[in-house]
Structures are given as C-alpha cells and as structure tokens.
Design a binder for this molecule. Structure first.
Ligand code: ZN
Length: 189
C-alpha cells in the first residue's frame, strides 16, 4: 500500500478496484436475500471476473461455506488449475484465517477488502496470515474500498436480526431469547 493516501487515490487500479468491488457487493446482497450474513467475493484474473461467491454457512450448515472459499473453488474449477497466480480476490469483508490461508495456498497475488472484521479477520485485524514471514508465498492486500456500502449492508442485516429478536421476545414474553446467538455474530462462521 502507498504511504501517501493522495497518491493511492490516483493509482489507476483504484478505479478498477471500486468497479470489481461492486460485483462483490452484489454477491453480498445475494447472501442478504438468503438470510445469511451479507458477505460476497469475486475473483478477477487478467481483468475478467473468473468466479463469484457469497456466504452460505447457515443455509448449508457448513463452516467452510465462506464467500471467498466458494469463489476460490469455482475459480480453480474454471481454470482447471490448483493455483491462481496473478489473480485478485475482492471481498466485502476482511478474510478470516481460513480464507486468508486458502489464498496463500492458491498463490493469489492480491486481496482487496471493503471493511475489517475485528472478530475474525486474519488478514490484518487479528493476524497477518497473508504475509507470514518465511511462508513460500505472500499475498498483497488493500483495504477500505467501498467500505461505506459494505458496512451499511452489514448494519442493515444485523439491525433486522435485532428487530426480529425483539419481536420474538415480545411475542413469547420475558426470557425468550431465541435469536440472540445469530445477532451477536459478526463474521460468516
Ligand atoms: Zn473466511
């Protein structure tokens, strides 16, 4: 990342980063529509969107069904190759330890995310999985691209969950706390 934010704004890839993040945001909206934590990802290779994915952990009851892993699997199926050198991952939320690790395995060149995940983030918040010293591959990263939109979508989702939990308590009387767990989660897991 450039140390000078103004220089960073002028980088031509900043414009395309915003464009591709738009596709990841559309995937996040698809997760939202399926009552999943709204996180989406796309993988771009040579300027082309190779694969898309959105979070489906609850629907699939699968802790591996993160947006980034789903997109990575589709991308390697599309290319027929285990690795994706030169590829860029756009994801609406900072990758967790699992997804960041998978990106290292896949030899992803760069990952761009919109907002950090303070509870699960393995790219910068809680760990530096993308750039472990001594690992045989380092993944470059940029953050903060279209952050306001990604954050608004997450807030809308968790607000609707809180509202549903409140209504459920009102209907069921004191002590009903059924939706509490789902409200408190911030990541995909
Ligand atoms: Zn993940």
């Amino acid at each position: 990342m450039s140390p000078d934010p103004e220089l960073d704004e002028q980088r031509p890839e900043r414009l395309s980063d915003e464009l591709y993040m738009g596709f990841a945001l559309a995937e996040a909206r698809r997760a939202f529509d399926r009552d999943e934590v709204p996180i989406g990802a796309v993988i771009v290779l040579d300027g082309r969107v190779l694969a898309r994915g959105h979070n489906l952990t609850r629907w699939r009851r699968d802790p591996l069904a993160h947006a980034e892993l789903r997109a990575l699997s589709r991308a390697t199926r599309a290319t027929g190759d285990l690795r994706l050198p030169g590829a860029v991952v756009y994801t609406t939320v900072e990758p967790c330890f699992m997804c960041a690790g998978a990106m290292v395995h896949a030899r992803i060149a760069r990952v761009v995310w919109a907002v950090r995940d303070e509870k699960f983030g393995g790219g910068a918040s809680l760990g530096q999985v993308l750039q472990v010293a001594g690992a045989n591959h380092q993944v470059d990263y940029s953050e903060g691209v279209r952050a306001a939109e990604a954050r608004a979508l997450l807030q809308e989702f968790f607000q609707s969950k809180r509202m549903a939990a409140r209504q459920s308590r009102i209907r069921s009387g004191p002590g009903a706390d059924m939706a509490k767990d789902s409200v408190e989660e911030s990541g995909q897991a």
